[in-house]
Design a protein around this ligand. Sequence first.
Ligand SMILES: Nc1ncnc2c1ncn2[C@@H]1O[C@H](COP(=O)(O)OP(=O)(O)OP(=O)(O)O)[C@@H](O)[C@H]1O
Ligand SMILES: [Mg+2]
Length: 278
Amino acid sequence: MKIVAADVQKRFVLSGKQRISSDGTETAELQVLKDFNLQVNAGEFLVIVGPSGCGKSVFLNILGGLAHKTDGSVTIDGNEVTEPNEQLGYVFQQYALFPWRTALSNIEYPLEIRGVNAAERQKKARDLLRLIGLTSFEKWRPNQLSGGMQQRIAIARALAINPEVLLMDEPFAALDNQTRELLQVELLRIWEGIHNTVVFVTHSIEEAVFLADRVVIMTSRPGKVKEIVSINIPRPRNDYTRSSTKFAGYRQRVWDILKDEVYKTQDNMEKSALSSQL
Ligand SMILES: Nc1ncnc2c1ncn2[C@@H]1O[C@H](COP(=O)(O)OP(=O)(O)OP(=O)(O)O)[C@@H](O)[C@H]1O
Ligand SMILES: [Mg+2]
């Protein structure tokens, strides 16, 4: 097992105005993850869906060593995660490229800080630019590129270190639908070549079913795993996959499991909005 999360708890200590809960009472803590258990196989493409605020990003940050859990255990290859891991690639919703660097030197960056020499890192970065179809843009800066191009570069940068584990937090959320579907196909094509372990968070059920080996559905906060659906759709998947009846069946199944949690979250938000008006 590549990744094992066992009985993970995450609580935030609240201060001042944060303390007023949805029913108007005062609470000192916000429990975000409660008894969160998950195992991810090596080489698996795992996708997590769950209502807004259920703790998906918090879990990814803990897995990436960027945040601390309150209790429980999270291991990668049997080692407890306690700090940012060199073997990890991270792609966020915001493209987070360095605006002053060119496309090529953005991809080179993680190699640079690891002390890889210039010739070697340029070769690697050029290979990746070719892989994402942006060879002729190597000298362009992020603000001269479209959102889709920027996100391709962010993915290439995360891949530059050959990460054994790639964490992706809603990487395509800011893109238009056509670009998004195109990038999903591209991502799968790249992943099928390297077959590293991917943990991918999204709000889109279609995206989840299209990409995943398994889709994890989380409960509303405090978040834990509600159910896991294995997606038995053969690979390589392509645009025709989306129009198959099997695909529609999985999409419906995931939504059936998720919808109660989304409604619960909506109810809580409405209560919270009402209580703040009182
Ligand atoms: N530093 C913090 N202090 C207090 N609460 C926090 C902090 N960071 C996150 N939270 C809370 O933890 C909960 C989960 O946040 P998280 O960002 O993981 O949600 P999410 O599932 O990723 O939601 P979304 O789908 O909207 O991105 C939220 O209620 C958020 O307010
Ligand atoms: Mg999030």
